[in-house]
Design a protein around this ligand. Structure first.
Ligand SMILES: C[S@@+](CC[C@H](N)C(=O)[O-])C[C@H]1O[C@@H](n2cnc3c(N)ncnc32)[C@H](O)[C@@H]1O
Length: 456
């Protein structure tokens, strides 16, 4: 390994070791793994083409991307980096002395920095760690530079992407290693529209959410390659694998991106979709799971009558088999008539705890009555850190709370055929059709579930 890169890695490891994960999270301090920095640099250099590089890195850290650029053998004419943390800026300055000009400060307040190649992993600082004053300043600056009006929900990396891309020389290229959230959420919309309409997006790659190279990061990462040039006619979207060898790659017309609710737009499915075969309902919203969902042991201890208890599904994590048989250990208190004895006493405990005043419960009569749901033959876990798509055959006919979506086959569809159809769902589609939240949580709304392709 090149000696300066070896020193950089060692210094970065010492720096990381001296701070807690929470501390680094707050200021978005996660260094880019060297291999990934090299892969991004190579791809960006191909896009930039021949000629000298005038490099810039708006959140330079210890200089992972600068190191990668030197390893690539590119001819570097000039190079700057900005780093807010004086300690890191010092490390970076010392390691790359004489070659990389390191400015200690806030990139979003810098002026006049230009480059024809920007490689960056900007700080992933969520909006609730930005003060109201900071947001006002950041939004005004972005609007001044790009005309884009961001919502107050945008994380710091969105401001970096806009201000950094605006700092490119004409025909310059930027690569942004950022969480993939911006591609689907509402606050990403103005950024997406600007990227599609005002510059040229060359490629967007999304890594698998559980890709090991991101170690302790909790979000799925994307790399966006942008050129400061008028929009092109198509954008490459790739997913999974590595940048050089993605698992999947498609071309999307830029015109389609402009009006899209999400990037890449959900594919148009020509074959049957889940909604052709099933109707979907949410599971029961009890309004107080802690009170209404009881283990068998607890119900026995309280002496609750068995006709007031219905078997209910536990969390998907606790289910090993995809076919659910037997009553299990959890029960839902489901009673709507007058209560006496042990049941009355238990309900009084709920009353003493103020449950009847809770929003959902205050609208029910009596307050402990549950929503009516026919037991669903199939249930689906629609939230999860990996793919949320996990389907179960609820042979036992247990009830399900609203952490589940319930699937009922439409008329004329047999149970076995329905199960085969559900087994044909591709977990990867959950990411294409669903949404991803901060913290790497994937989720499918009922309307999204209905659009999933069935391979029958
Ligand atoms: C995700 S890290 C990436 C560091 C380095 N670019 C790399 O790839 O390893 C983001 C860096 O941005 C720095 N930073 C946070 N806010 C900043 C700001 N407003 N201006 C410049 N740097 C900032 C953090 O201290 C951190 O070093």
């Amino acid at each position: 390994m090149e000696p300066r890169e070896a020193r950089r890695r060692a210094a970065q490891a010492v720096f990381d070791g001296a701070r807690s994960l929470q501390q680094r999270n707050r200021v978005g301090q996660f260094a880019t793994p060297s291999q990934l920095a090299s892969a991004i640099a190579s791809e960006a250099l191909v896009l930039l083409g021949e000629g000298p590089v005038r490099f810039g890195e708006p959140s330079v850290g210890s200089g992972a991307f600068y190191g990668a650029l030197l390893r690539s053998g590119a001819e570097v004419e000039s190079a700057w980096g900005v780093e807010l943390d004086p300690e890191l800026a010092g490390i970076c300055r010392e390691i790359w002395s004489g070659q990389l000009t390191v400015h200690t400060g806030d990139f979003t307040q810098s002026r006049g920095l230009r480059a024809n190649l920007i490689l960056a992993n900007p700080p992933y600082v969520r909006h609730h760690h930005l003060t109201r004053g900071e947001k006002v300043r950041l939004r005004a600056r972005v609007q001044e530079e790009t005309g884009v009006r961001l919502s107050g929900l945008a994380g710091l990396y969105v401001y970096f992407m806009l201000l950094g891309t605006a700092a490119l020389e004409p025909d310059g290229v930027a690569a942004w290693l950022v969480p993939s959230e911006w591609m689907r959420v509402g606050y990403g919309r103005p950024l997406r529209d600007w990227l599609a309409g005002s510059v040229r997006v060359e490629r967007v790659h999304v890594f698998d959410a559980n890709d090991e190279q991101f170690g302790d990061a909790l979000v799925s990462s994307s790399v966006v390659f942008v050129r400061r040039a008028p929009p092109g006619s198509e954008v490459v979207f790739s997913r999974g694998g590595t940048l050089a060898r993605p698992d999947e790659s498609v071309l999307v017309a830029t015109a389609e991106l402009l009006a899209a609710e999400r990037w890449p737009p959900s594919p148009v499915v020509t074959g049957p979709v889940l909604g052709d075969w099933f109707s979907v309902r949410r599971g029961v919203a009890t309004g107080a799971n802690q009170f209404f969902v009881l283990t068998r042991a607890r119900a026995d201890e309280l002496g609750l009558p068995s006709d007031a208890l219905k078997p209910v599904l536990p969390s998907p994590r606790e289910l090993e088999d995809d076919v659910i048989e037997g009553d299990g250990e959890l029960f839902l208190l489901d009673w709507s008539g007058p209560a006496s004895g042990a049941l009355r006493e238990y309900l009084e405990q709920g009353e003493a705890a103020g449950l009847p005043d809770r929003y959902l419960l205050s609208r029910r009569k009596p307050w402990y009555r549950q929503e009516r749901r026919d037991p669903a033959p199939f249930v689906i876990a629609y939230m999860g850190r990996k793919s949320p798509l996990r389907v179960f055959w609820n042979k036992a006919g247990r009830l399900a709370t609203n952490r589940w979506l319930l699937l009922y086959p439409k008329e004329g569809i047999g149970t076995e055929a329905a199960w085969r159809a559900l087994r044909s769902l591709d977990p990867a589609d959950a990411l294409t059709f669903g949404r991803q939240y901060g913290g790497g949580l994937n989720k499918l709304e009922p309307s999204e579930l209905l659009r999933l392709p069935l391979r029958v």
